[in-house]
Design a protein around this ligand. Structure first.
Ligand SMILES: NC(=O)C1=CN([C@@H]2O[C@H](COP(=O)(O)OP(=O)(O)OC[C@H]3O[C@@H](n4cnc5c(N)ncnc54)[C@H](OP(=O)(O)O)[C@@H]3O)[C@@H](O)[C@H]2O)[C@@H](O)CC1
Ligand SMILES: Nc1ncnc2c1ncn2[C@@H]1O[C@H](COP(=O)(O)OP(=O)(O)O)[C@@H](O)[C@H]1O
Ligand SMILES: [Mg+2]
Length: 279
């Protein structure tokens, strides 16, 4: 089993070419949030913008538009219950996050079905409530050509049927190979693991200060921005996962709890440090 360490950051994070523009850095759609869980949409969005995504659109409930526009004016907003607008957004974005803060109502099932009907080669990052609904409704994950799954151990239990003590690397590998063999799976925990193409990779950073609501929502935004700017590959996703914990470890040296908003605020300077460290 390979370890994911700091060297991945300078390998993946690129200096920006002088003549580039926002269209070179990914069009990201984040389908997230609900009346109850607005913060999840905000934290995913903030992380995507701060991790360098060129253009970010959030599909959410209209009552969260003001909060989003005030907090992250860089991001655009659409109503996910307007299926025409959502369909258009699915078609024109190349990386799509679905799940943070959606809740597990029928509405979330409808949103997943709109995605299934309209998606083509876009990279989907499926998290949180979307994973729970997929587990409950037995939705076939193989309908997505390029999919990254980011469950925590509770979500992975629902999806795989494996109780947490049974979530060994061997069992997880078998399960993902039968559920969605072409996916990239991240099982989030202390020392998170990536399962990809029949191999396992383990993160060697992270800390218990990260055990706070919104930390996973923040990760989805970082992964989306990285895939949108760099490419869809194991290395790029590993770098996004590593950056998240790397910043969290720096904050944890001084702070008892690692606030997701604080983590997100440190993404631009940390990316610049690794982009500039290149020979
Ligand atoms: N500010 C906001 O808007 C926020 C909104 N959020 C949104 O809330 C929605 C629900 O997501 P969720 O993760 O909070 O709850 P859920 O899917 O019910 O899973 C919990 C169940 O799994 C179990 N469990 C076992 N291991 C676990 C582990 N390592 N980590 C966590 N749980 C673990 C756990 O066991 P227990 O604690 O009961 O022993 C329990 O039975 C989702 O849309 C999310 O995006 C959050 O992001 C927070 C900030
Ligand atoms: N004890 C820990 N050690 C290392 N990382 C942790 C720890 N607790 C939580 N994390 C990390 O924090 C994130 C939590 O994700 P998740 O549970 O989905 O949060 P949320 O849904 O509240 O946004 C994951 O990346 C996980 O690996
Ligand atoms: Mg989560």
């Amino acid at each position: 089993m390979q370890k994911i360490d700091e060297s991945i950051l300078s390998e993946v994070i690129q200096k920006r070419p002088i003549n580039s523009y926002k269209g070179n850095y990914g069009r990201i759609l984040i389908i997230a949030g609900s009346k109850q869980f607005g913060g999840a949409a905000l934290m995913s969005t903030r992380a995507a913008v701060n991790a360098g995504a060129g253009l970010v659109t959030v599909a959410t409930v209209p009552e969260k538009f003001t909060a989003l526009n005030v907090d992250i004016p860089e991001a655009m907003t659409i109503d996910y219950n307007n299926s025409k607008d959502l369909k258009e957004a699915v078609l024109k974005n190349n990386v799509i996050v679905i799940g943070p803060g959606l809740g597990t109502t029928e509405n979330t099932t409808d949103l997943i079905n709109i995605l299934i009907k309209n998606v083509d080669k876009q990279v989907i990052i499926m998290d949180a409530s979307a994973l729970t609904v997929v587990s409950e409704q037995n939705i076939d994950l193989n309908l997505f050509e390029n999919i990254i799954l980011t469950p925590h151990q509770g979500e992975w239990q629902r999806l795989s049927g494996l109780k947490i003590p049974d979530q060994t690397q061997e069992n997880n590998l078998k399960k993902i190979n039968s559920l969605a063999p072409n996916s990239l799976l991240i099982v989030k925990k202390h020392l998170s693991e990536i399962y990809y193409q029949n191999k396992v990779y383990q993160l060697i950073s992270g800390n218990p200060g990260m055990a706070t609501g919104g930390m996973g929502d923040t990760l989805t935004g970082i992964i989306a921005a990285f895939v949108g700017q760099f490419d869809y590959s194991l290395k790029t996703v590993s770098a996004a996962l590593y950056l998240h914990s790397y910043i969290a470890d720096k904050i944890y040296k001084k702070d008892y709890v690692v606030l997701p908003t604080k983590l997100a605020s440190k993404i631009p300077q940390t990316m610049q440090k690794f982009a500039c460290s290149k020979k």
